[in-house]
Design a protein. Structure first.
Length: 101
């Protein structure tokens, strides 16, 4: 199975004016299984902008996982992308062997 990564497309029209930084879409054999996204901190004086990822596809044996829910955040989108791809590949390998990651 081939794991690919591509940058999110830019918004079109008026939505492009206030779009957030673009993340990545992670796919396995053309099926979207993961996403790297940007989050801006909310609240008074919040300066904690970060990147996170989520992935999951029960059909392929990839358990659902959200790094932000686990309080795993990343300073750059490349670090988040690499962590997401590692999770997907580990899950695919485990599913092939019949174990859980």
């Amino acid at each position: 199975m081939r794991v690919t990564c591509r940058q999110e497309p830019s918004e079109t029209g008026l939505a492009r004016v206030c779009q957030s930084p673009r993340g990545f879409i992670i796919s396995v054999d053309g099926k979207r299984v993961g996403h790297v996204a940007y989050a801006r901190g909310l609240g008074r004086g919040a300066t904690n902008d970060y990147w996170y990822w989520y992935a999951g596809a029960q059909v392929l044996g990839i358990p659902g996982r959200n790094s932000a829910a686990e309080r795993l955040t990343y300073e750059t989108r490349e670090l988040a992308r690499d962590a997401c791809i590692a999770h997907v590949k580990a899950s695919l390998t485990a599913a092939k062997k019949g174990t859980t990651p």
